[in-house]
Design a binder for this molecule. Sequence first.
Ligand code: NAD
Length: 505
Amino acid sequence: MTDTISRTETTVLDHWVNGAPWAGASDRSGDVYNPALGTVQKHVRFASADDVDAVVGAASAAWAQWRDASIAKRQSVLFAFRELLNERKEELAEILTAEHGKVLSDARGEIARGMEVVEFACGVGHLTKGAYSENVSTGIDVYTLRQPLGVVGIISPFNFPAMVPLWFFSIALAAGNAVVLKPSEKDPTAANWLAGLLTEAGLPDGVFNVVHGDKEAVDALLEHPDVRAISFVGSTPIAKYVYERATSAGKRVQALGGAKNHMLVLPDADLDLAADAAVNAGFGSAGERCMAISVVLAVDSVADAFVAKVAERMGGLKVGDGRRGTDMGPLITGQHRDKVASYIDVAGSDGAAVVVDGRGIEVDGDANGFWLGPTLIDKVPTSSSVYGDEIFGPVLSVVRVSGYEEGLGIINASRYGNGTAIFTNDGGAARRFQREATVGMIGINVPIPVPVAYHSFGGWKASLFGDAKAYGPHGFDFFTAEKAVTSRWLDPSHGGINLGFPQHD
Ligand code: NAD
């Protein structure tokens, strides 16, 4: 819902430019809800293309200095930022819970995983080291440098309003770029909070900026000639759109998309461990995680026992306001809640069995919140939209399979390839799985295999467009351009004219 701003200043979240809030010229805005209350708590400005142009201009001007800041200076800003973030993370967790709805403990987990990347970026000096080959030809040396790109754009989704921006901007800034972040309009406040903290940590004004908005702001970033690269995370259709549009505008692009993550449970698995994992990974953050487990492939011989164990655990989950010590909060909007619930409606007619129905669940929270309880659907046919669509809610499907081969075949036929997990005590099966699954991140008895910050995060197939994953070594490579230098210091023995292609001697 967007409309013209006719509100008091205190209820409107501004953009963040040159180290301070900035209203811009556009009069469009959007509503920001508290999903646990179902009410609008503030409004966020929606930038026009002209606003985006002004922000990119500020970032370009600031980059002219930041690109020359020493590695030591950049590291010291990131160290200070990490310390401030660690001291004040509770404030940020409260913002996340108030706008996203995830429970406070989960919000703290999001911040911790984002902070890991800041810590990785603090060691940027190590990553800048190039290669050096001495005397490739007589008296000639070749070496490589990695240099920042310039102004880079980051476009992030609603489900990790702090962690996903931290994945990208920590490394982009450490590498010497200037950043324009366009966060999700559904929970935008965390971005401004992080921007304020970067300023406090000593980042020069204009090096990190936030522009709020919708498609108009995104399109302006994708087309802007001074934006050199785009890092996007969101749903697959938008990831594909962003990738195609920004690459055709000549930019470097990494676009991480949606997911449908499978967990294969073999008969020799520890079923209690597997059931705990399925519940944690299926219903944490109300299933609004790109690495959530949304499908369990249970081998027939253990499927009944496994489903019973999952259902039993689901009975103990407390749903409600994330500030009250509950296990699971609301969904992001009423519209999204209704869409997720509609899959429970179709499950029966598609031949599946709804084992636990989350509609109408009793909650510890306001009646107007966007609630939907944990839902378990068994015997889901792979032809059903319950199986095929990314539902992005607390709906866990079970597909029964005859064994490893059928399970692997289903995983590899999926259009998505973000994460997957196998639960087994058979090392040989696990090793085959890590080799044979066409998925970017594999868990072996680990349901949410998000790599640590010094590896890189990214899926395959429709879960990632482009060839650069997020953070880790891929992240640093993405935010820098390599230059190869061939150098000869003057030596009279190399004089003379020769128009032939250079050869070595
Ligand atoms: P989304 O695609 O709706 O929005 C993502 C961003 O794109 C937002 O900033 C939004 O403002 C912008 N956007 C939306 N529609 C647009 C349009 N038509 N043109 C231009 N820009 C547009 O995604 P979301 O609902 O915010 O986030 C959930 C999705 O993100 C899920 O599909 C989830 O799997 C995915 N996700 C993926 C990863 C990953 O690492 N692969 C991580 C987190 C989330």
